[in-house]
Design a protein around this ligand. Structure first.
Ligand code: NI
Length: 170
C-alpha cells in the first residue's frame, strides 16, 4: 500500500466528470487500498479517485468517528437513487485545505453502486454518512464545496485563495 498525493484546487482533474469503472482487477484493488491508506493518513472521512488524480467513479468513506453505525465503505460507480429533506452542516475537503463552509444538503440519501468485487451495494443514511456520500459523489461530478456556495462567499474564497497563493509563491 502507498500514500498517494492529494490533488488540491484548482487542479483540472477535480473539475471533470469521472468515467465508470469497468474492470475489477488487481490494479483497481491496489488503487482502492492506496486510497484507503491515503484517506486515513490525511486524515479524512472520505476520498474520491479524482482527488488522487484518477478520473474514475470510485470513492472510499469511513464516517465511523462521527457515526458509529457505519464502517469502511468502498463504492464503485455510485449514484443517488433517492434523496429526502434538507439540512445545513459544516463541511471541509482535503482538496481545499483549511477551508470549511456551511452547505445545505439532503438529510437522507439512498445510494446504489458496486463493491470492490463488482457486486451490487446499496447504502442508506440520514446521519453524518449521508452528507459524506453527497460530498464524495459531488467530487465524481467535478464539483467542490466552493461550487455550492453563494456568490458572496465565493468572492470571499477567491480573494483569500489569491492572497494565500501570492504569499506562497514569494
Ligand atoms: Ni472533498
Amino acid at each position: 500500500m502507498a500514500i498517494l498525493a492529494i490533488k488540491t484546487y484548482p487542479e483540472e482533474v477535480l473539475k471533470g466528470k469521472t468515467e465508470p469503472v469497468t474492470t475489477f482487477d488487481n490494479q483497481l484493488h491496489k488503487l482502492i487500498d492506496d486510497m484507503i491508506e491515503t484517506m486515513y493518513a490525511a486524515p479524512g472521512v472520505g476520498l474520491a479517485a479524482n482527488q488522487v488524480g484518477i478520473s474514475k467513479q470510485l470513492i472510499v468513506i469511513d464516517a465511523s468517528a462521527r457515526d458509529e453505525t457505519t464502517s469502511l465503505i468502498v463504492l464503485v460507480n455510485p449514484e443517488i437513487v433517492c434523496a429526502e429533506g434538507s439540512e445545513d452542516s459544516e463541511e471541509g475537503c482535503l482538496s481545499l485545505p483549511e477551508y470549511t463552509t456551511v452547505i445545505k444538503r439532503s438529510k437522507m440519501v439512498k445510494v446504489k453502486g458496486l463493491d470492490r468485487e463488482g457486486d451490487p451495494l446499496e447504502i442508506e443514511s440520514d446521519g453524518f454518512l449521508a452528507k459524506v456520500l453527497q460530498h464524495e459523489l459531488d467530487h465524481l461530478n467535478g464539483m467542490l464545496l466552493i461550487d455550492r456556495i453563494g456568490r458572496i462567499k465565493r468572492q470571499f474564497f477567491n480573494k483569500r485563495f489569491a492572497r494565500e497563493n501570492a504569499l506562497t509563491r514569494k
